[in-house]
Design a protein around this ligand. Structure first.
Ligand code: HEM
Length: 542
């Protein structure tokens, strides 16, 4: 019996049993009988769910299950283990399987972990619309993002996806490289200025120092998606106290309050979010309303202007039948989806290069040979950057080892199947880029190592297989009709940001043995930021 149904059924059953006991057998009081019956019902239910159901009645009882489970919570605590997704990698490594692993959720609820490309292709490509975001996650996101591309399902999603796809064609993305370059230069100049000030105070002749790259990356990524995607100048590189950026941070930062609200939306009833005590809900809803208001005012101004640019917003506005509400929802959706994800990837790229100084030196050499001028290369920037083997290898390898969204959760919205296994409606599925991207079955014995050369062919040109036998093995952006629509945008942005960063700074760990690890509740954001030591190499940026 599903846990949520049991929540309501068990007390009702106990009430009926208590009434029977009182009226027909004249046993004690109603409340005494009710409590007694409830305890017995819950115990029987727990025994059935935890012991009987998984082994004898579950439709997945023939599938392998990892041994390491909690007697009450089953494998459900894996969702909260840090780094997020690592528990699923452990399950994959310790359990012989043919693409599906049966996990036990709270009180024996059925869950599946998808572990090979065939299973993933069926769930993400062939039957993508049989699986949806879990209702709780979707409700929570809808409070913030409304009904944009991320939170829409079925036909509405197909229609919106078609509308948005026009902004992400190869030609459109290629045209964005010069703007990415300009913003990347702005980032390195700002960092260099801060380092110059601290070096001056210390009387050092070198311009160097420690700084939190994660913070800088977040500011740069927000400015880029704001300005290049929507023509909206946030200027957080100049002004980190920007009001909208602060409100966004209040909503999305992994604070205890936000984690509580998220947990209540995911596991509690739909209305519970509005009744959380201590003003937590009110603060959250006020910040959300503020962000939406600012966004609506911005859209009103843009609608009144004659906009000749061809950014995401103007292309969407040019289409018929797109309401103001939808424009607000899509703007918030893309600002959110395209901001922190890229910042996380840039941060891990700088960390991996600091940890592997030899690769950093090779990359810098490649960049100096191909992008000689610090003012930006002449010629076709996109073709140059996309053809550089080490640069592409470093970015693909970063995205492989540190996928910004390490786990995606889906629930079957109808009866369906994967690899010939019957999947009833309501089954929870885990699709974990973190574990697939580190699977030794797919990537070989050195799966956990940072090896940009796996993305380079023996002829010296970049490849997309990463040395595997699969055409597109990287799961970081997922696959199929619900994959990341912004992946071309993100890769182009990262190619430019990393190229400019590596040309400008020598990057090293603050302490040689430093090991950083992801700590975000939902994302792979590094726990405690990413303090690195930078030394300015390019005097032109000072
Ligand atoms: C390194 C950077 C990025 C990563 C790793 C990433 C990853 C992902 C993933 C895993 C999903 C699927 C989420 C799910 O359904 O569970 C997704 C969806 C999405 N991403 Fe990205 N993303 C990145 C950058 C971007 C950028 C730059 C944009 C916008 C310009 C963007 C816009 C979106 C949108 C709108 C969706 C929803 C697509 C749909 O449901 O049809 N992302 N992204």
């Amino acid at each position: 019996m599903p846990f949520l149904a049991a929540k309501y059924t068990l007390p009702w059953a106990a009430a009926i049993q208590a009434l029977v006991a009182v009226f027909f057998f004249q046993l004690a009081s109603f409340s005494y009988c009710f409590l007694y019956a409830l305890v017995i019902n819950v115990s029987c239910y727990a025994f059935y769910s935890i012991v009987v159901y998984p082994s004898w009645f579950s439709p997945f009882r023939h599938l392998p299950t990892p041994n390491s489970e909690n007697p009450i919570f089953g494998h459900s605590l894996a969702e909260f283990e840090m780094p997020r997704g690592n528990a699923y990698l452990r399950f994959m490594n310790e359990t012989d399987n043919a693409g599906l692993i049966h996990l036990h959720g709270l009180l024996g609820a059925d869950q599946l972990l998808l572990t090979n490309i065939e299973a993933l292709n069926e769930a993400l490509i062939q039957r993508a619309y049989d699986f949806e975001w879990p209702e709780g996650d979707s409700n929570f996101l809808q409070k913030i993002l409304g009904h944009g591309l991320i939170t829409s399902e079925g036909q509405v999603h197909k229609r919106q996806r078609k509308q948005m796809a026009r902004s992400f064609g190869v030609k459109q993305i290629k045209g964005l490289y010069p703007s990415f370059w300009e913003k990347s230069m702005c980032l390195v100049r700002k960092i260099a200025q801060e380092l110059a000030q601290s070096s001056q105070k210390e009387g050092s002749s070198l311009v160097s120092g420690e700084t939190d790259v994660c913070d800088w990356a977040q500011r740069a990524a927000l400015d880029i998606i704001g300005e290049i995607g929507f023509g909206w100048e946030f200027n957080t590189l100049d002004n980190p106290d920007n009001e909208l950026a602060k409100s966004c941070e209040q909503i999305f930062s992994p604070t205890l309050e936000n984690a509580l609200l998220f947990a209540i939306s995911v596991y509690g009833p739909k209305w519970a979010l509005d009744y959380v005590p201590g003003g937590i809900s009110r603060r959250f809803l006020t910040a959300t309303a503020k962000v939406r208001d600012v966004c609506r005012n911005f859209i009103k101004v843009k609608t009144a202007q004659v906009d000749t640019s061809r950014n995401i917003l103007s292309q969407l506005m040019a289409q018929e039948g797109v309401s103001e509400d939808l424009l607000v929802d899509q703007t918030l959706t893309f600002l959110t989806a395209g901001n922190e994800t890229v910042a996380i990837a840039l941060t891990w790229a700088t960390y991996l290069l600091a940890k592997h100084p030899d690769i950093q030196t090779q990359l810098r050499h490649e960049l100096r040979c191909n992008l000689p001028s610090s003012a930006g290369p002449n010629g076709d920037l996109s073709s140059i950057l996309e053809s550089l083997p080490i640069l592409n290898g470093v970015i693909n390898e970063t995205l492989r080892l540190y996928p910004s969204a390490p786990v995606a959760v889906r629930v079957s919205s109808r009866e369906t199947s994967i690899l010939g296994n019957y999947i009833p409606k309501g089954t929870r599925l885990f699709i974990a880029p973190w574990s697939i991207n580190r699977s030794t079955d797919l990537w070989g014995p050195q799966a956990e190592m940072f090896l940009p050369q796996r993305w380079i062919d023996p002829t010296g040109t970049p490849n997309v297989t990463g040395g595997t036998e699969t055409k597109s093995p990287l799961l970081t952006f997922l696959h199929g009709p619900r994959n990341c629509i912004g992946q071309g945008f993100a890769k182009a942005e990262l190619l430019t940001l990393v190229a400019v960063f590596v040309r400008s700074f020598q990057t090293s760990l603050v302490n040689p043995g430093d090991v950083k690890s992801p700590g975000g509740a939902l994302s792979a954001k590094p726990a405690g930021g990413m303090k690195l030591r930078l030394e300015v190499l390019d005097e032109a940026i000072l």
